[in-house]
Design a protein around this ligand. Structure first.
Ligand code: HOZ
Length: 427
């Protein structure tokens, strides 16, 4: 089956939507392809408007950890929708999800819901600045924390994909408050703190970066960051929008034993509906309006539909054996790719964090953005296109993560690895 209808829709979309998409990485621009228009998804499969079925490894860029249209989530949503979709007033559902979140993340005493991860990180930065009465922030090259102005400096994800280090439209007066350090390099952070000992409000870091592709923190890197923050009176903001429920139930901070001051969440927490959250220590969180003076708000924040999807998803993730299954599938895929690469003599590195992974087409051990950029992008594009031809739907960029779900079966793994073999044979 071809992709004629997708091509027609793209042509139409280009007239009314910039680039034809509502988020840049969806455009397949980095791989020289054309976006597919999707009609439906179920379990591990996604279907385009031409009727092609693919094994989906994007999972809506992370949220669909249970697989698409999980029957329990769908049934809870149907019930919730019939009670009204948004009230702009508090509900018991918000408390239920908040309680699940603070229980999962002991570093958080309190949590505030937003409608996206971007809003969560943006608000966390404002809060950190207000709490410390300082303006500057430290982030890491290649880490992506949504598209808030302060954070769009040398960012990963779509910025890395499109090769644009900084976005026009971010005032220089604001960008000058963002300092970039090198991921996995504590000295680069220390140097900034030594230069600005009393002016850094926070360090923001992805729990396990997934937006320059998956990169793992070196031993001692995150604890070293926490110690530097403490030494210089800055807050540690851990962005677990991706890693939150992907590394384990409790996120990267549980795996690496970190107690951040503020944590940002998104993706899985909304079970496929728009939810973000930021939370942390009571003294910090109580600075938020209306308890305190730091303003933050949202018309649809905490709406009952989004809360229902989040609650149901987190409940299902608490079932016994869930993470064992998820990691077994992910491991089978990663070790399968490594085995095929060795046999086919394809130079690549597989980096895995929980249920996310990236195949980097480089022989460098990827520890930061500069290493990630040594990847052969042309090769990645060939690989991506060959996989798509074999009906495997991967993230269309070298600098993103593959997301495995609980709905992926052994048969999916087998089919995927067969496609990898066919694709690597021709690289
Ligand atoms: N920022 C997401 C990837 N890191 C992409 C979101 C989307 O395009 O849907």
């Amino acid at each position: 089956m071809g992709t004629k209808r997708s091509a027609e829709l793209l042509k139409r979309a280009l007239c009314s939507i910039p680039g034809g998409v509502n988020s840049p990485v969806r455009a397949f621009k980095a791989v020289g392809g054309k976006a597919l228009f999707i009609s439906k998804a179920s379990g591990s499969k996604i279907y385009d408007v031409d009727g092609n079925q693919y094994i989906d490894y994007i999972g809506s860029w992370g949220p669909m950890i249970l697989g698409h249209a999980n029957p329990k989530v769908v049934s809870a949503l149907k019930k919730a929708v019939s009670n009204g979709t948004s009230f702009g007033a508090p509900t018991a559902l918000e408390i239920a999800l908040a309680e699940l979140v603070v229980k999962a993340f002991p570093s958080m005493d309190m949590v505030r819901f937003t409608s996206s991860g971007t809003e969560a990180t943006m608000s966390a930065i404002r809060l950190a600045r207000a709490y410390t009465k300082r303006d500057n922030i430290i982030k890491f090259e290649g880490c992506y924390h949504g598209h808030g102005d302060s954070l769009l400096v040398k960012a990963g994800s779509g910025m890395a994909t499109l090769g644009v280090p900084d976005s026009p439209g971010v005032p220089q007066d604001l960008a000058k408050h963002t300092f970039n350090a090198l991921y996995n390099d504590l000295d680069s952070v220390k140097a900034i703190f030594e230069r600005e000992p009393h002016r850094v409000a926070c360090v923001i870091v992805e729990g396990a970066p997934g937006n320059m592709g998956v990169v793992l923190p070196k031993e001692g890197f995150l604890t070293g960051l926490a110690a530097l923050c403490k030494q210089y009176g800055a807050l540690l903001v851990m962005d677990e929008v991706m890693s939150g429920w992907r590394l384990c139930y409790g996120g990267a901070q549980k795996v690496y034993c970190i107690d951040p001051d503020i944590t940002c969440l998104g993706k899985v927490i909304g079970g496929g509906l728009p939810v973000g959250a930021f939370g942390g220590k009571k003294a910090i969180m109580e600075m938020l309006s209306p308890s305190g003076p730091v303003y933050q708000a949202g018309t649809l924040s905490g709406n009952p539909i989004a809360m229902t999807a989040g609650i149901e998803t987190l409940r299902l993730l608490q079932q016994k054996g869930v993470y064992e299954k998820l990691f077994k599938t992910t491991e089978a895929l990663c070790s399968g790719v490594e085995e095929i690469a060795a046999r086919r003599n394809v130079k690549c590195r597989v980096a895995r964090a929980g249920s996310m992974f990236t195949v980097f087409f480089t022989d460098a051990h990827v520890q930061n953005y500069a290493d990630a950029k040594t990847s052969d992008i042309g090769r990645f594009s060939k690989y991506f296109m060959a996989m798509l031809k074999n009906k495997i739907y991967l993230p269309p960029s070298q600098f993103e993560a593959v997301f495995v779900s609980l709905a992926h079966t052994n048969a999916d793994v087998e089919k995927t690895l067969e496609a990898v073999d066919r694709s690597f044979k021709r690289l």
